[in-house]
Design a binder for this molecule. Structure first.
Ligand code: FES
Length: 125
């Protein structure tokens, strides 16, 4: 039960380059994984989609209503793994571009979170 004393942690929407997120192999292929980074006492929420040896990162915030996309941990993709799906109102996004291709925000885009794969490890760019 809440006593009303929770401290709201301020959000940030970008990360510095060079933050090591771990091996690409920790993400199923195809699959996605949530990351929460603490940066200077603030919090960044993002996710990375894997496609083979490539990784595509996005800020975990749907352009439709500003909510985090997944209501179940790491469930960012459609059942066939082909698209990113927002669990709230069904927006669909292309994994490689973040472009909304279905649902209530067609034409909008997820905010990119630049990541690269270096020697099999995901690193912020
Ligand atoms: S918040 Fe994502 S579709 Fe509405």
């Amino acid at each position: 039960m809440s006593d009303g004393s929770e401290v709201l942690v301020e959000r940030v929407w970008t990360t510095p380059a060079g933050v090591r997120l771990g091996p690409l192999d920790q993400i199923p292929d195809p699959g996605a994984r949530n990351y929460v980074l603490s940066i200077g006492g603030k919090r960044f929420h993002g996710f990375v989609v894997r496609r083979g040896g490539r990784a595509f990162g996005y800020v975990d915030r749907c352009p439709h209503a500003g909510l985090p996309l997944a209501q179940v941990l790491d469930q960012y993709l459609t059942p066939d793994g082909g698209l990113i799906a927002c669990s709230w109102h069904g927006a669909l996004f292309e994994p490689q571009t973040g472009a909304c291709v279905g649902g209530p925000c067609v034409g909008a885009k997820l905010s990119p979170w630049p990541v690269v794969v270096v020697d099999g490890r995901i690193v912020t760019a």
